[in-house]
Design a protein around this ligand. Sequence first.
Ligand SMILES: Nc1nc2c(c(=O)[nH]1)N[C@H]1C(S)=C(S)[C@@H](COP(=O)(O)O)O[C@H]1N2
Ligand SMILES: [Mo]
Length: 198
Amino acid sequence: MGIFSPGFVGRRRDANPLLPPGQYEVSNFPVLSAGPTPKIKLDDWAFSLRAGNGDLKAWSWETLMGQPIEEITVDLHCVTRWSQFGMGWRGVSLDVLLDGVDTSTTPYAMAGCYGGYTTNVRTSDLLGGKAWIAFEFDGKPLAPEHGGPARLLIPHLYLWKSAKWLNSLTMMDHHELGFWEMYGYNDIGDPWKEERYS
Ligand SMILES: Nc1nc2c(c(=O)[nH]1)N[C@H]1C(S)=C(S)[C@@H](COP(=O)(O)O)O[C@H]1N2
Ligand SMILES: [Mo]
């Protein structure tokens, strides 16, 4: 005879193997922004891939839409402890955008955004089908408060790494800290290892 009824066991946090340690499930996709929501017209939108010596490649909205688009269903985990399961997105893989770029000398990257937010990631966290520029959520254009027109989507890391209003990605041969990382958030941010703070 168990201590809990089957229904109660199913609702225990640690009973769900999809939930990283210390997280709870939500279904309302909370908004978390460090500043005001920038309003960017699609005609003005641009994304640049940079390295130390300048722009490597750049995309307009039109040229981004011309790339192979993937349907992405993922669980997202925020360092403030909410997780949401089965979130449906559309976006372009970073593998596509970095195709033909020699990343062997640039193991670090910094995402830059309209509004000035930055976050640092390892190049290895961007490649191998693990990261996208996402522009649709739940069948609709990505809402401005969630990072529309387009945001980085790196579901295997805490959500602060998924930079909203993405505008640039700078490939670097050296390590630098982004906005929240300078305030003590973890350098890597793996929710399964509970890498919340540094
Ligand atoms: N440009 C930008 N991107 C950002 C942020 C921000 O303030 N500005 N906040 C980060 C943090 S701390 C979180 S938790 C997620 C929240 O994404 P959401 O508002 O879509 O839930 O966006 C991340 N990306
Ligand atoms: Mo956050």
